[in-house]
Design a protein around this ligand. Structure first.
Ligand code: PMP
Length: 430
């Protein structure tokens, strides 16, 4: 029991108490409706990231936790003017219900964006607009997964996807990665083992570019290997690609969807290349799957927001969106460099990868440290990160942490890593 309610504590101490309370799952015992929930609701838990958000947003805390894009880098005045014009000229449509599949003009523009990653074999009819790619994950899982079905996912994997899989009572099996992404031999072994055990594998969930949280990218050769293996085993690939255009040093690799229009469901998003507040993402799916996705989406939201979709179309038509992506890439590259430089200077006892795009560095702690139990101390020291355990289905990952470099300035990143080093050093002495 906590002797003091967190709100009665001040600043960083309250923050640390909040984190500890969230970790302990407080609240369920006090819920009078606990016995009334459906079975699947019992599997729903606040992710470690959700519990962190209120804490990490406090101004005194350097947050290396959330993956929030640096939207202050956007030309806000220009966007504001075009939003105003949109409402004045097309308000009757923008503020109305729309198509369940999404606005056709936007679906055409989406394919122009996807062409940058080699997807030239899709038609606007193949695209379903969603409320962020998070909703796409929910829809895909809803139409494919029965309780107990297996979903294969990288080890580690995106916490928000794991939450969706959990809420549909999937069994997630992690497939190892290395510096070149998902290991094809391990994928094949997992499929053989599932077949031997008589389990139904519904899909492989993979983040091929600038992985969240591992930061690595699947090589071109491995993309072909993964496609070949999944085709041979008759397993669908869910290719989740919000970061593909955010490479620092090179042009994007072709998406797996570029090579296979039947066996891959491709998930895209404007959240990281433009802004997450519009909540617009998409799925590219083969015809029959697309029909199911639209029905599932209509049953949950009727239609994606017309205002958001039209705002994005306007942005793509009137702003230099490719130039904006380029400036995001430069901004994030500088922050990646600040993170890596600070780790080398302050935390040489840890090890990490050097991502060449995206938002994340995956850090391995010195032997014997536990990122989860260390978090309250870190928050007291006014720095936040996400413990590695958030990115596994089965409690692994305590020896890792994810650092996001997208949001704080390089100076704040350096300060954050310096504070983190103090925490690690103090924990090492215990
Ligand atoms: N997939 C991955 C790998 C992500 O990192 C995120 C956001 N952090 C999402 C999906 C969801 O993004 P959104 O719903 O904003 O498009």
């Amino acid at each position: 029991m906590h002797p003091t309610h967190p709100q009665q504590l001040g600043g960083a101490a309250a923050a640390a108490a909040d984190v500890a309370a969230a970790g302990a799952g407080e609240g369920t015992r006090l819920d009078p409706w606990f016995g009334a929930y459906a079975q699947r609701a019992h599997g729903m838990r606040a992710s470690e990231i959700r519990a962190l958000f209120s804490v990490a947003n406090r101004p005194e805390v350097v947050s290396l936790a959330g993956g929030m894009p640096f939207i202050q880098g956007l030309p806000l005045e220009v966007i504001g003017e075009s939003m105003k014009r949109l409402i004045m000229t097309k308000g009757a449509t923008a503020l109305q219900y729309g198509s369940g599949q999404g606005d056709v003009e936007l679906r055409e523009r989406i394919l122009e964006v996807c062409a940058l990653e080699g997807i030239t074999n899709a038609h606007p009819d193949d695209v379903v607009v969603t409320t962020g790619s998070q909703q796409a994950l929910d829809l895909v899982t809803r139409i494919f997964v029965d309780p107990g079905d297996v979903v294969l996912a990288e080890a580690p994997s995106y916490v928000g996807a794991l939450g969706v899989f959990r809420s549909y009572e999937a069994e997630v099996e992690h497939v190892p990665m290395d510096a070149h992404g998902l290991v094809p031999e391990a994928l094949e072994a997992a499929l053989v083992e599932a077949r031997r055990a008589g389990k139904k594998v519904k899909f492989l969930y993979t983040i091929p570019n600038y992985h969240n949280p591992a930061g690595v990218t699947l090589t071109l050769e491995r993309r072909h290997q993964v496609l070949e293996i999944c085709q041979r085993f008759g397993v669908l690939i869910v290719e989740d690609n919000p970061y593909g255009l955010l490479g620092f040093d090179r042009e994007p690799l072709p998406a797996m969807r570029a090579f296979d229009d039947e066996g891959v469901l491709y998930l895209g998003s404007f959240s990281k290349t433009f802004a997450p507040g519009y909540r617009v993402g998409w799925v590219i799916a083969p015809h029959a799957v697309r029909e199911k996705l639209v029905l599932a989406s209509e049953s949950s939201i009727l239609s994606p927001s017309n205002a958001s979709q039209m705002a994005i179309t306007t942005y793509l038509d009137t702003c230099d969106w490719k130039g904006q992506i380029k400036s995001y890439r430069e901004l994030y590259r500088e922050r990646r460099d600040a993170t890596i430089g600070a780790l080398a200077e302050y935390l040489p006892s840890a090890t990490w990868n050097v991502p060449d795009g995206g938002f994340y560095v995956w850090v391995k702690l010195p032997e014997g440290l536990d990122s989860r139990s260390m978090l309250p101390r870190a928050v007291t020291e006014r720095v936040a990160y996400v413990p590695g355990t958030a990115f596994f289905y089965d409690g692994q990952g305590a020896d890792h942490m994810r650092l996001s470099f997208c949001y704080p300035t390089p100076e704040r990143i350096r300060e954050g890593v310096r504070r983190l080093a103090n925490v690690v050093n103090a924990e090492s002495e215990l």
